[in-house]
Design a protein around this ligand. Structure first.
Ligand code: ATP
Ligand code: MG
Length: 236
């Protein structure tokens, strides 16, 4: 259960590339429950941070401590990239892929794919090539593919970038439902309305450092002038 995978403790995490520090040192403890929004201007280090948390960005210093052994923690989390890539195969095969890899029984794969296809309104498109879907449909498919293996933690990098209001609303509903079933969500977003609708807490990243953290309510009364400026849409 998610309760023994988290909390996740981050101590003095640093990511450097070719002598340049992209992130850190950052320290933070991710509580067992909630939907955490990582916010901040372009180039602040949000994607680097998310990838480091998921274990797909080489860490130059510091430690990540899950509440279970790293290998166990790794298997129980999913990540949706800023621009997800689809297999050049059908919608069904894309949904099934993580389950095939995990060796799940064929009949169960079929049932789960049907259920998730229906949840993202793609029941009629299960045999169509995934690369031909619209941007919003592809994004929903990417999220469904990340959720189909019932992860305890879901990382999402800008899941609604370039989507219209309807697709964004559909995805927000999926994320709210996901969180209600106990999955811990950690995501980035630039959409201020979305941040206020979804977040239980936030991390404001600026120039590779955590500049301010707090519960979602603090977004109405920021503690630092930089966060206030960011929320007003000012350039930082
Ligand atoms: N592999 C890399 N090598 C060198 N620099 C990198 C590498 N990856 C990222 N960077 C730099 O690190 C900084 C942080 O990048 P990152 O992608 O984490 O920002 P971000 O906050 O996600 O931005 P955005 O809002 O545009 O997605 C940027 O200046 C970027 O150019
Ligand atoms: Mg990014």
């Amino acid at each position: 259960m998610v309760d023994n995978l988290l909390p996740l403790r981050v101590d003095d995490l640093v990511v450097s590339r070719r002598g340049k520090r992209l992130l850190g040192p950052v320290s933070h403890t991710f509580a067992p429950q909630g939907l955490t929004l990582v916010i901040g201007p372009n180039g602040a280090g949000k994607t680097t941070f998310l990838k480091a948390l998921h274990g797909i960005e080489r860490i130059s210093g510091g430690t990540l401590t899950w509440n279970t052994p790293p290998e166990d923690a790794r298997q129980r989390q999913s990540y949706v990239f800023q621009s997800p890539t689809m297999l050049r195969r059908s919608v069904r095969d894309n949904l099934a892929y993580p389950l095939w890899v995990a060796g799940v029984d064929k009949a169960l794969i079929r049932t789960r794919c049907d259920r998730w296809g229906a949840r993202i309104n793609l029941s009629d498109a299960m045999d169509r090539p995934a690369p031909l879907l619209s941007g919003g449909e592809r994004q929903k498919l990417a999220i469904a593919r990340a959720l189909i293996s019932d992860p305890d933690v879901l990382f999402l990098d800008e899941p609604c970038a370039n989507l219209d209001g309807q697709a964004t609303a559909d995805i927000e509903r999926m994320l709210t439902e996901t969180q209600a079933t106990g999955t811990r969500v950690i995501m980035t977003s630039h959409n201020l309305g979305q941040i206020r609708r979804l977040a239980t807490d936030f991390l404001f990243v600026l120039s590779g450092h955590i500049h301010e953290v707090g519960p979602a309510a603090q977004l109405h009364t920021p503690a630092t002038p930089e966060l206030a400026a960011f929320l007003q849409g000012d350039l930082l």
